[in-house]
Design a protein around this ligand. Sequence first.
Ligand code: ATP
Length: 449
Amino acid sequence: MDSSVTMEKIVSLAKRRGFVFQSSEIYGGQAGAWDYGPAGIELKNRIQRFWWKEMTQLHDDIVGLDAAILMHPRVWEASGHVENFTDPLVDCKKCKQRFRADMVPEEKLAKKECPECGGELTDTRKFNLMFKTNIGPVDDGTGLIYLRPETAQGIYVNYKNIAGSNRMKLPFGIAQVGKAFRNEIVTKNFIFRTCEFEQMEMQYFVKPGEDEKWFDYWREQRWAYYEKLGVRMDKLRWHRHGPGELAHYAKDAYDIEYEFPMGWKELEGVHNRSDYDLTRHQQFSGKDLQYIDQDNGNARYIPFIIETSAGLTRQLLMVLCDAYEDEKVADKGNEDDWRTVLRFHPALAPVTVAVLPLMKKDGLAELAQDIRKDLKEDFATDYDQGGAIGRRYRRQDEIGTPFCVTVDYQSKEDGTVTVRYRDSMEQIRVPRAELAARIRADIKAYKRV
Ligand code: ATP
């Protein structure tokens, strides 16, 4: 055993403890798609809720939206995706493998030599990442429709609806979480880059000229979010897009990167999209998308947009990698010397409190069940009565349960229970009546060790 965090360890734990499974595994798996198991969906829901609360509850000027995945195909012409949302691809004529040209070492690409088998490569072609399908009863091309490659466009096309229905004044934001689809060629690294994934995007509409100020503001806000999420801040850094990297819509762009086991990679983008999107939608739809500024003599203009765009499933991978630790806790010379622990922020942990009777007999199981019943309304709980207590603690450590409550013979006599803390493994006795308040206070005061 060693304490390094590798992708193999993460993938193996994720499967073993029901976080993430390969899609259609019994058929050999489906590349680019993954299924979230019982622990995984809890974690995903909690990350989503954490983000949603941050964006909507804690920012008075942001409201939510859930737009459809299927949109009018003209949306993707206006957005520039039909023309520009492409990867440069090369194929090997010999081994038939396909590569993103920007990921083939330069000297190999110049010689048109396959990085895998040395065979001859084709010329570089543009490959559009959007999934196409067909809507309606006839399949003759007239029903062409795309699976959205980002959630942002659903927000842009609704900006007038929301400004009108909710009487929003600039600056204001719209937040959305939902599925997006991209026909990605390179889908290794587990759930980092997949063909089906989820995004958490917020689009902030501002008066032209105030965009740079709000761009700075949102960079600060997004950095502070990760501090609240309780991840290791020395594993995060900013990357500013150079002139060659800027997307067609962007005036300025920064990524927050995280140091994953496979290196520093993009986690989320904060982009100044200028007035590109709404100008284009105005052109393509023929509808007036100007904002009427009643506070400034009914001046009309197209708002600028600051976007914060994060991958939910990618953030889940980050949270898993960040929380993962193989820790040496004893020196007996056997496998029990080590424990695998996920140090999630308690607000994210799939199970908050596990209730464990020391023994099944003598009424301890019934008492433990009864205590669990008390806690269930307020916390995600688990109950486990199988096997040695030490083993049961380890099982909870592996899914990141921050609090274990152990019910023993003393509990029957004086009504106290033991609270065992995941991170420090410290144990304290607490009266049953104070248990819920104690856990609530511990969650609020949580600091990553
Ligand atoms: P890349 O250049 O890595 O393909 P991108 O810069 O196009 O990604 P954006 O379009 O800015 O990514 O998407 C915003 C966020 O959505 C990313 O920061 C990432 O967290 C997430 N994301 C994008 N593509 C994928 C994917 N294929 N799988 C999982 N998450 C993704």
